[in-house]
Design a protein around this ligand. Structure first.
Ligand code: ATP
Ligand code: MG
Length: 580
């Protein structure tokens, strides 16, 4: 800016003056500073590290659907490759057949594409089972690993604490040949799951607990693997698979979340053992803060529990933080990417307010969603001085934010539907909508009316609101410029189409649900997270919308047509209210 502060302009004017000078794209580029990961990559490029190659990977375990936390990882892994002319591969970290499934593999690929990213290749950690196994045998023969017959509990007991050293296993110094023989027999299926493990022989007194002879292979014999079937009876642990897979593929920047910081020395340790001394290439691990969001949980295990126990209607339930759930809720990929960009990448853990995500989708839909009239709790409105068999067709602007969006027809008649909430028989003085003898109100895109009374049933419930219109108040007419305090929406009674509307709200009651405490998850859920309205009404313009179409129900919120819609009945999900 060329203006210094204190030039007499208020902050507000100052702020408003900016965007007009630059296109949004230009100012975004200008403002965006590099995050710490981008800085590392740029430094590496300047230093010619790994011959100036940039290769990343997104490494999900196919044991659940992707959630918005994964989107944060996806955006940085693919984003870095895109920005610096590198390559990003998708690698399924499928080393535990107990929980993994092809269903998840397919869903993960679909969600990454939906977010707008393309992977160069699809790899699987299971592609490297043979190489990893051979490496494990080599480590045994070089004295870097041994077969341990202690149980998992015994191993945990002997691990020590961060301030006291652990104890060596009695099997630690068994002959290498004996370990090799046992390891081969483990893989032939000769032993029960859990009977023995292969452990790296490092240092039971290390300050880093992960160096205290970590388990690197375990027996899993009862579950076929989704790709390798029953070929293997031993499977590598994460720490023994991840870095090596990175190395086999040529990954340069292995980006993950902060909980892996203490694993990094082990990552480097195995790569040092694996790679030839004269190979100048090596992958390096970098960690950023996970995304945590208020009012939800982000662990696949807990999300699976919600699905399996029927507490939500599947992985794509619109209340879920999964990408397929957000998609069904009406979120756009752009809104999610913008949100992730705003949240940023740091080295500090924190929790992001879900309202920031809601802001991102509102911002996007404000620009792109067609405005329609829908009435969720209808009451009749009759314009007593409007001719009985007359109808008029008015133009409703599709989107005032977008001049090219055009208009659509709305039929107007004596008999309309309005929101019950837009009428009050006894109204406080600050109520500016319909009340008998009250002020004038504009019917959106039509006339100014004044309420004259109402009709009630035997129980005293209002069944019809009565009013008179001023024929001189259409756009372009003498009375059109008359100021009214409120404008309400409506649908002609003969034209209104019935639809089902699902009002979604936060899944959990608490901002930070304590799902690891004593209270069962069931009791932490918001009992009002879904409210179904069977008999809402919508204008006929929406009649043929396809599932996935996003609309603004004027004055109510943003909605998306759901896949449960049929020829007989449209179903809409509320994405978000108009205001927070
Ligand atoms: P969960 O704890 O939900 O089961 P995970 O870490 O086990 O997640 P993976 O499939 O291993 O899930 O994750 C793939 C990648 O996504 C990893 O690099 C992981 O660090 C990253 N990731 C997972 N959750 C988040 C999150 N909340 N925020 C950012 N990145 C995440
Ligand atoms: Mg994981």
């Amino acid at each position: 800016m060329d203006k210094a502060p204190g030039n007499g302009k208020s902050m507000k004017e100052e702020k408003n003056a900016r965007p007009a000078e630059k296109t949004t794209q230009e100012s975004k580029e200008e403002v965006k500073s590099l995050n710490f990961l981008e800085q590392i990559v740029e430094q590496d490029l300047r230093d010619g590290v790994n011959d100036g190659r940039i290769q990343t990977r997104f490494p999900p375990e196919p044991n659940g659907y992707l959630h918005i936390g994964h989107a944060k990882a996806v955006c940085i892994d693919f984003g870095i490759a895109e920005r610096y002319g590198g390559v990003c591969n998708l690698r399924f970290d499928d080393t535990n057949p107990v929980k993994e499934d092809q269903e998840y593999v397919d869903a993960i690929m679909e969600d990454i594409h939906w977010l707008g990213f393309n992977f160069a290749n699809v790899y699987y950690a299971s592609d490297y089972f043979e190489q990893l196994y051979q490496f494990a045998e080599r480590l045994i023969m070089e004295g870097h690993a041994y077969v341990d017959e202690l149980t998992a509990e015994e191993i945990a007991q002997q691990k020590g604490t961060p301030t006291t050293p652990g104890q060596n296993s009695p099997y630690r110094d068994r002959p290498r040949e004996e370990s090799l023989d046992l390891f081969r027999r483990m893989n032939k299926g000769e032993f029960e799951d859990g009977a023995m493990t292969l452990r790296a022989k490092i240092d039971m007194a290390s300050d880093n607990m992960h160096f205290r002879d970590p388990i690197i292979y375990r027996i899993i014999s009862k579950y076929p693997h989704h790709r390798t079937g029953t070929k293997w009876h031993v499977y590598p642990m994460y720490d023994f698979a991840h870095g090596q897979s990175d190395y086999f593929e040529g990954v340069t920047h292995s980006i993950c979340t902060l909980e892996f910081v203490p694993h990094r020395p082990l990552y480097d340790y195995f790569i040092d053992l694996l790679k030839p001394k004269d190979d100048s290439y090596r992958p390096r691990q970098y960690e950023f803060n996970r995304l945590n969001l208020t009012y939800t949980v982000m662990s696949k295990r807990k999300l699976l529990y919600l699905v399996k126990s029927g507490l939500v209607n599947g992985w794509d339930d619109p209340r879920m933080p999964t990408l397929c759930g957000l998609r069904r809720r009406g979120y756009t990929p752009e809104s999610i990417r913008n949100f992730i960009e705003r949240v940023g990448y740091t080295k500090y853990e924190g929790t992001i307010d879900v309202s920031l995500l809601e802001y991102a989708i509102r911002e996007d839909l404000n620009e792109h969603a067609t405005r329609v009239s829908a009435v969720l709790d209808p009451v009749k409105l009759t314009i007593t001085n409007y001719p009985e068999d007359k109808t008029e067709v008015f133009q409703a602007v599709n989107n005032p934010q977008d001049e090219t969006s055009g208009t659509h027809d709305m039929t107007f008649s004596k008999h309309l539907w309005i929101e019950r909430d837009d009428f009050k028989e006894e109204a406080p003085s600050k109520y500016f909508r319909l009340t008998p003898g009250g002020r004038e109100v504009r019917l959106k895109n039509a006339y100014i009316i004044r309420c004259t009374g109402c009709v009630k049933d035997a129980d005293g419930k209002v069944t019809e609101v009565l009013c008179e219109y001023d024929p001189d108040t259409l756009t372009g007419m003498a009375g059109a410029s008359r100021k009214v305090k409120s404008t309400i929406h409506w649908i002609a009674r003969e034209e209104a189409i019935q639809c089902e509307v699902r009002l979604y709200d936060r899944l959990f009651k608490d901002e930070q649900p304590q799902t690891d405490g004593d209270t069962p998850i069931e009791e932490l859920l918001n009992p009002d997270s879904l409210k179904v309205i069977d008999h809402a009404l919508i204008e006929p313009f929406a009649k043929d919308v396809q599932p996935g179409t996003r609309l603004q129900f004027q004055r109510i919120g943003y909605f998306v047509a759901d896949k449960d819609s049929t020829a007989e009945k449209l179903v809409f999900n509320r994405t978000v209210t108009l205001k927070s």
